[in-house]
Design a protein. Structure first.
Length: 589
């Protein structure tokens, strides 16, 4: 084997791993949030969880991805530790699908049907179809399918390149001597574990082993322990994923590791004892890709038969290994759904952000409504609550904003990109509304500390404007949480009325100042109140416009507001209705 064969081997390995990685990521992207929502909700028993884990892994072609996802679900509280066990077991079996696809490289025969089933013959056609779709189709879904076809072709090309590169090893006596060493069950187990831990994919590791079998030098005595070790090595991704997570997430990763370590140790021991007693003849024969797929699947099925009835015991073992700690108990539960493991599944991650932003919207509304309440009389408890809530809202903005920016670093669909943009705009507006709530509290406290009060007319006018602000805020939050476009369209006319109220209230207060009915000091506080109220309505308008923008791909914000105000009858009708509801008293004018 020359240095150029080594270069070819490395190049083939690069193509193989790249193809597998791109194919898995694109399949996961196409699955979107639906598969993940099902995975998170329909796991009421171990068998259901097993079937879901099996199907999801078969779709996204990676048990590591599924298990890492499960660790994230457990960490965020979406899935319980008990529910995760069945999914992990299903993921272990689901990954064997890849080995069966790769076993097609070992098909032998001269008939057209058999020849067309060989990847070397049909993957170039897939690659051509894929690149044609990428070049000429405008549909993102079709392009994703095309990328999967191209990635599969690249994967298989890498497999063929590796097979060709190691072909000279067929005649190498030294290579055969090394392989004989790996026929030692313990050494083979270690080699399979370490290599799979390095590439972090049992599917890739099995594929590379299948490529080596095409040299005809790998026997079943060597292959069987390596395959068992590969199932332990694949646990590395989940273990790394659990670093820094909560105790239950760590326990889910430990269950994955325990399942594979126990099954490998027990089955390797039984295999070795049975071989000593019965002396299996087949183990000295040369393995082939099909045989590796059979060994891989049989091992996983036997492991499931052995350990599925012991799922409760596996859970207890994980709880024994990972004990409760003070740090886990004190961990912030509210933001657990913003788990970094979900970042590479943008649709699902955005769903979690939307749920948290709904909470943020509700908390902001409550804070602002209490601030409105405090204009009628300062209350120290309300003051403390609103300031604490403002700090909480700031935390929401920080955590959500950071997480959404992380998601946006991925390759996103147009819909996901639009949703992220809308959420980023809205969390900023909700945070500013909470800031205005604290400004209102400051003004109320200033009045209380100085012992000053508004006149009866000023109080009535402020009550009318505060009712309008409370209503526009309720409309906005309900429109945002329920994606209610009908309510979103009602926000701008009410915001227009609130703008008018601010102007008229300022004029009225200036007249009271001239007539000596109010002091300059009270005038500043009154101006603070109505300015903050008007700013709140502005932010409500921003949120409503964002919702409408998300629903209409051709929508432009400035055009919408201009056309809305110039549209005449419908807009004016709504404005007039709101003006009647929030009509100022005619006294003194």
């Amino acid at each position: 084997m020359t240095i150029f064969n080594v270069f070819s081997l490395l190049g083939g390995l690069a193509f193989f791993l790249y193809g597998m990685n791109v194919m898995g990521e694109t399949l996961e992207k196409m699955a979107g949030s639906k598969l993940k929502t099902i995975l998170a909700s329909l796991t009421s028993n171990t068998f259901k969880g097993f079937m879901l884990g099996l199907l999801v892994t078969a779709v996204i072609q990676s048990s590591s991805a599924t298990t890492v996802m499960v660790v994230g679900f457990v960490n965020s509280g979406i899935m319980t530790l008990g529910q995760s066990i069945g999914v992990i077991m299903g993921a272990n079996l689901g990954t064997s699908v890849t080995s069966w696809l790769l076993s097609l490289t070992g098909i032998e025969g001269d008939s057209f049907f058999i020849q067309i089933c060989k990847p070397a013959n049909f993957t170039p056609v897939l690659a051509f179809i894929g690149i044609a779709i990428v070049m000429f189709s405008k549909s993102q879904k079709k392009k994703d399918v095309a990328i999967i076809l191209i990635a599969f072709a690249v994967l298989m090309f890498g497999m063929e390149t590796m097979s060709s590169a190691v072909d000279p090893l067929t005649e190498s006596e030294k290579f055969k001597e090394i392989l004989v060493l790996f026929s030692n069950p313990v050494l083979g187990l270690i080699v399979g574990t370490v290599f799979t831990a390095i590439v972090q994919s049992s599917s890739a590791s099995v594929g590379i082993l299948q490529a080596l079998t095409l040299t005809g030098t790998v026997t079943y005595a060597t292959a069987i322990p390596i395959v068992m070790g590969q199932n332990i090595g694949t646990c590395v991704s989940a273990m790394l994923s659990s670093i820094g997570a909560g105790k239950n997430a760590k326990r889910a990763a430990v269950i994955h590791l325990s399942f594979n370590v126990i099954s490998a140790a027990v089955l390797l021991t039984l295999y070795s004892l049975a071989n000593l007693i019965f002396g299996f003849e087949f183990i000295e024969t040369a393995a082939d890709p099909f045989g590796i797929a059979v060994v891989h699947t049989v091992f996983k099925v036997l492991a499931l038969m052995m350990l599925m009835p012991l799922s409760k015991q596996l859970e207890k073992l994980a709880c024994f290994i990972v004990k409760d700690s003070k740090e886990d108990i004190e961990k912030d539960e509210e933001f657990k759904v913003l788990d970094d493991r979900f970042i590479h599944s943008p649709a699902f991650a955005i769903e979690q952000c939307k749920k948290l932003t709904d909470n943020m919207a509700d908390i902001t509304r409550d804070s602002m409504l209490r601030a409105v309440e405090i204009t009628n009389g300062y209350n120290e408890e309300l003051d403390k609550y609103i300031y604490e809530t403002e700090s909480r809202i700031d935390n929401y903005e920080d955590k959500l904003g950071t997480y959404l920016v992380k998601i946006s670093a991925n390759e996103l669909s147009a819909e996901d990109g639009k949703n992220i943009s809308t959420l980023l705009h809205c969390i900023g507006d909700f945070e500013r509304i909470s800031d205005h709530a604290t400004n209102i509290v400051k003004a109320s406290k200033e009045m209380n500390d100085k012992g000053i009060v508004f006149s009866g007319d000023a109080k009535k006018e402020l009550d009318i404007m505060s009712r309008a602000v409370a209503d526009v805020l309720n409309l906005t939050v309900e429109a945002f949480i329920n994606n209610d476009l009908e309510k979103a369209h009602k926000v701008e006319p009410l915001e227009e009325v609130i703008d008018g109220l601010k102007t008229r209230l300022k004029s009225r207060h200036v007249k009271r100042l001239r007539d000596g009915e109010c002091t300059i000091e009270l005038g500043f506080v009154f101006a603070d109140f109505i300015t903050n109220f008007e700013r709140v309505s502005d932010h409500c308008s921003n949120i409503a416009v964002c919702l409408i923008q998300m629903a209409d791909a051709n929508f432009e914000v400035h055009d919408y507001i201009h056309e809305l105000k110039a549209s005449g009858e419908e807009f004016e009708k709504m404005v007039e209705e709101y003006q009647q509801i929030y009509k100022l008293p005619a006294k003194n004018f």
